[in-house]
Structure formats: structure tokens, C-alpha cells
Design a protein. Structure first.
Length: 548
């Protein structure tokens, strides 16, 4: 073994400073010529270290060991640094091989890890080819691309077309990042970094990332876990990350979607459309005033064709500035609130009801025999947590001059007696001056409604005129409490007249697609209407109690 040393070596733009390399022979000598052959070097390098410059950029190379055989060489556990110490290009490889000669120097690498300046991206498990031509260096291969943050924001992605080029003072890298399991293209990345200053930028182009049964957002980022699920739709846009000589990193981005469906903690959301602008893409924050239009949200009460104005805050906080939807002839307004999606907490939403039309609301429930009039205003405070959603302290107040309730359903020819007859006739046209509805309970379970009805009177019913005349002189107030699984009761009642709402979910295809089914359903509905008897007729023609 011997020590090979020099004070300086220059080859084109490559300059090596003072170096000492311990070199040992592989075979009888470090340099030898076989009989009739050429001179060939066969040597082993123990812990070689090289320092110098490529152009004006400093570099450092070290390895655990190296071998030189003729024009071929190999290094194990290579460590390389290029550029300013504050923001260098870092390249570590488990093994690097190459050869000298021809039009340049080149070879292969495997088990590599790399970072570029202050770009918050780590390349790992990389393998491919490298080439040096003059002062230009290129690498082509594949790598796993990860987030360098202490708490990674996205899961590793795979690039199979990674290309990195170093020419003069500029480093350029490109690659398509794909989901490792499905191969879905997530984003195309392009990076530029200046060695002399440590400045640079990266662009992230998302041409169209589609979510569905094969890929969900929580397979790409942990930030959506417990926030959204069952996402269907496409997102597109572009982001940009910039870093300066001091190491400061900024990022922006604009991303759009049209017709995105998802499940949120407060219910299913359909048809989200809009563009979101990030003032900190890496931190996922936005300026105020972001707007998203929504086809429908169902937090227990279906609302359609509205818009939400919001802002994304640090640590996964979402500030709802305002939401508004047309609702049952009036408007439903979501008041300002802040939702914490960073940890499991109760989500509190307060909806303001403005101008709800009682007739529109009752008709939406699907009860043909029940009708109401009147206009209501109020608030619906809602809480959503791991156990579901509920209304706590909801209240609706009728506007002056009041309204009416009317029930004209089938009584099944039962003998109701005198008071029952009066009651059902009263329900055919019940008037009120004011009504207060208090709502509390689980949206999907036990629900309680308390109605305080004041100024009760009877309308123009066809019978019991004397009773109506007497009651009109008496101030009446009704207090009604209704308890039960509200949504389940409505669904069950509606299914009696139209079972399609129940069986549609288990059919192999929609009923409307079955030939002749629409005509048959219409014929059955007409027969039902012809066989129904008005309330007055059924009550007055009921048989005597002794014959019942």
C-alpha cells in the first residue's frame, strides 16, 4: 500500500484541492502490465475523501471504500455534497459504479438518497444511470419521493422518469410523481436550483387527479384522515415552492374542481365546484374569502344549490365565514364558525333560517294528506361529533299574521265518536296566530319537537259550525310534544305510498330503466286515488259501535 497525494489537480472545470489517498494493490501491484498486454491499474482505496470545486461551486466526496480496475471503478457508501453549505445538493449512494473513456464518464448508482437545496422533498431508494460530459452532470432513474417535514404532509410517491442535470451554475430536475400502488399520476414536478446563491423554485403541476373507488385522498395525505371520505371527482391546478439564499421557503397554489362529491363529518356533500388559492401551499392555508359552490349538503336537512365562503387556517383549522342556500321557500344561512380538523373535536354549526315556507316544507316530506301555511324564522344550532349530528336548542318562530294546519287523510272508516269527529274536522282547517317550534335531538335517532301554538281557531270546515262558533269565543293555546326517530318515521310513512324509496337502494338498476315500470306505477297510483274516501264521508258513514 502507498499514499497517493497531490496539492492540486485540474481537469476542465474540475479542480481538486490538496488530497491524500491511501491506495492498496489488488493483486501483485497497483499498476502492472501483463505479458503482451497494456498497462492497467488495479487498486483498492480505503476511505477516500476528495474536496474541490466544479466551476465556482464547492464539492465534497467521501466513500467507505473504492476499487479501480483498468478504466472501471466502484465506490461503496458514497457521500457527495455540491454547492453552498447552507443549501447544498446532497447525494448519498449505497453503490456507484462507472468507467472512464469514450465521450465521457458514466455508470450506474443504486440505493441512493438525495436532496436539492432547501426543497422540502427527499429522494430515496433511487437507482439509475449517471453521466459526466465536460462539466455537465446528468442522472436518470427512479426514486421514491417523500416529504422532508418533521410531520410529513403527504405519503411517499414514486417517480420512474426522474431526470437531474447540473450545468454550469444551474441544477434542473423533472419527474412525474405517481401513487405507488395504483400508478395514478399525482403531479409533474420541475425544479430549478442555483448553486452559487442557493435560490430556486419548484412547480407542481396537477393535470387532473381523479378520486374514486380506486384512490382516496387519505392514501396520498394524512391531512384528510377523519376529515373527508368517499371522495369522487377530479382536482387540477398548479403549485409553486420558492426558496432563497437564507433558507426561507414560501409556497402558493391554485387548484380547481367541478362536481366533487364526498362524505364530511356533517353529512354527504355533492357537486362541490370552485377554485381555491393557497397563500401557503405547504402549510395548506389560504387568504380569507375563498368561495365554493355546492350542489347539495345533507347534515340532516337537505339543502341545495348554495355557496360557502371560507378560509383555511394553520394547524388544520377551517374558518367558515358564511354559507347560504335557498331553503324551503326562504334561505338557510350558516353563521361564522371555526372547525378544528386537527384532532377529534365536536364540530359546531349554527344555521339561521330566514323565511321558511311551511307549505313548501310539508310538501317536501311527501305527505299528500298534510298541508300547512305560514312563514318561519329561527336558528338551528347543530353539533357533529363521532356519535353523529344533533340539534341542540333549535327554535323556529312564525311570522305575523300566523298560518294554518290541514289534515285531509284517510281515517279507515273507524268510529271516532263525537269528540273524535270534532277533532278530525278541526284538523282539516286549524288556524293559528303564532307558533314556536323548539327542536332538539339526534338527526338520525331520537328527536323531540315541541310546538307552542297560540291564538288557535277553526277555519271554514263543512261541519261542526256550532262548535266552531263556540270555540271562536275562547282563547286557545296548544302545546304539542312529538318524540321519536324523526327521519326514520318520515321515511317509513313515505314508503307506504311509494315503496320505491326503500327498494331502489337494493335494485341492480334504477326502476326508471325497467321497460314499462313507469306506466305501471302511474296506473297503481291512479287506482289508489280513486278508492280513497274523504274524511267527512268515512266518519259519518261508520257503523254503530254495537255492530263494529
Amino acid at each position: 500500500c502507498t499514499v497517493v497525494s497531490w496539492s492540486e489537480v485540474r481537469m476542465g472545470s474540475l479542480q481538486l484541492g490538496p488530497t491524500r489517498l491511501p491506495v492498496c494493490p489488488i493483486g501483485p501491484a497497483i499498476v502492472a502490465r501483463s505479458s503482451g498486454g497494456s498497462v492497467e491499474a488495479r487498486a483498492r482505496l480505503n476511505s477516500p475523501v476528495l474536496n474541490g470545486h466544479i466551476g465556482s461551486s464547492p464539492f465534497h466526496v467521501a466513500a467507505a471504500s473504492g476499487r479501480v480496475t483498468g478504466q472501471a471503478f466502484a465506490f461503496d457508501r458514497l457521500e457527495a455534497r455540491l454547492g453552498r453549505s447552507a443549501s447544498p445538493i446532497v447525494f448519498d449512494a449505497a453503490r456507484l459504479t462507472g468507467s472512464l473513456g469514450g465521450k465521457g464518464t458514466g455508470g450506474e448508482f443504486s440505493g441512493a438518497r438525495a436532496t436539492i437545496g432547501n426543497v422540502p422533498i427527499l429522494l430515496s431508494d433511487a437507482a439509475g444511470e449517471w453521466h459526466v460530459t465536460g462539466s455537465d452532470v446528468t442522472l436518470d432513474g427512479n426514486a421514491l419521493v417523500s416529504d422532508r417535514a418533521e410531520n410529513p404532509r403527504f405519503y411517499p410517491l414514486r417517480s420512474n422518469d426522474l431526470h437531474l442535470a447540473i450545468a454550469d451554475d444551474l441544477v434542473r430536475a423533472t419527474g412525474a410523481l405517481r401513487h405507488p400502488d395504483t400508478g395514478t399520476l399525482v403531479t409533474d414536478v420541475a425544479i430549478e436550483h442555483r448553486l452559487s446563491t442557493g435560490e430556486g423554485h419548484a412547480t407542481l403541476d396537477v393535470p387532473g387527479l381523479t378520486f374514486g373507488p380506486g384512490l382516496q385522498p387519505d392514501e396520498i395525505t394524512r391531512l384528510t384522515e377523519g376529515v373527508i371520505a368517499l371522495v369522487n371527482g377530479t382536482i387540477s391546478g398548479q403549485g409553486r415552492i420558492d426558496w432563497d439564499a437564507t433558507g426561507k421557503v414560501t409556497s402558493t397554489g391554485d387548484f380547481s374542481t367541478a362536481g366533487l362529491d364526498l362524505a364530511a363529518p356533517f353529512g354527504p356533500v355533492k357537486g362541490m365546484s370552485g377554485t381555491i388559492h393557497f397563500d401557503d401551499l405547504l402549510g395548506l392555508t389560504t387568504p380569507p374569502g375563498q368561495v365554493m359552490s355546492v350542489q347539495s349538503i345533507n347534515p340532516g336537512i337537505l339543502v341545495e344549490n348554495g355557496a360557502i365562503r371560507y378560509q383555511l387556517l394553520p394547524t388544520q383549522l377551517v374558518k367558515i365565514e358564511r354559507g347560504e342556500w335557498p331553503f324551503m321557500g326562504g334561505r338557510l344561512v350558516l353563521q361564522e364558525t371555526v372547525l378544528n380538523f386537527g384532532r377529534p373535536t365536536a364540530k359546531r354549526l349554527t344555521f339561521e333560517v330566514v323565511g321558511l315556507d311551511a307549505h313548501t316544507f310539508v310538501q317536501s316530506l311527501g305527505f299528500k294528506e298534510l298541508d300547512a301555511t305560514g312563514t318561519f324564522d329561527g336558528v338551528l344550532p347543530m353539533i357533529f361529533d363521532e356519535s353523529g349530528g344533533r340539534i341542540v336548542g333549535g327554535r323556529l318562530d312564525s311570522r305575523a299574521p300566523g298560518g294554518s294546519l290541514a289534515y285531509n287523510g284517510v281515517v279507515n272508516k273507524a268510529d271516532l265518536g263525537t269528540m273524535g269527529n270534532i277533532a278530525f274536522n278541526a284538523l282539516r282547517d286549524l288556524r293559528f296566530k303564532s307558533m314556536i317550534i323548539r327542536l332538539d335531538g339526534d338527526l338520525a335517532g331520537e328527536f323531540t319537537s315541541r310546538l307552542a301554538i297560540d291564538g288557535v281557531g277553526l277555519g271554514q270546515t263543512s261541519t261542526q259550525k256550532i262548535i266552531r262558533s263556540l270555540l271562536s269565543q275562547i282563547p286557545l293555546k296548544m302545546n304539542v310534544t312529538i318524540s321519536g326517530p324523526f327521519r326514520a318515521l318520515i321515511a317509513t310513512a313515505k314508503s307506504f305510498n311509494d315503496p320505491r324509496t326503500v327498494i331502489n337502494t337494493v335494485l341492480p338498476r334504477p326502476l326508471d330503466d325497467v321497460p314499462g315500470i313507469t306506466t305501471e306505477v302511474r296506473r297503481v297510483e291512479e287506482n289508489q286515488q280513486q278508492t280513497q274516501t274523504p274524511v267527512d264521508e268515512q266518519v259519518t258513514t261508520a257503523p254503530p259501535p254495537t255492530e263494529r
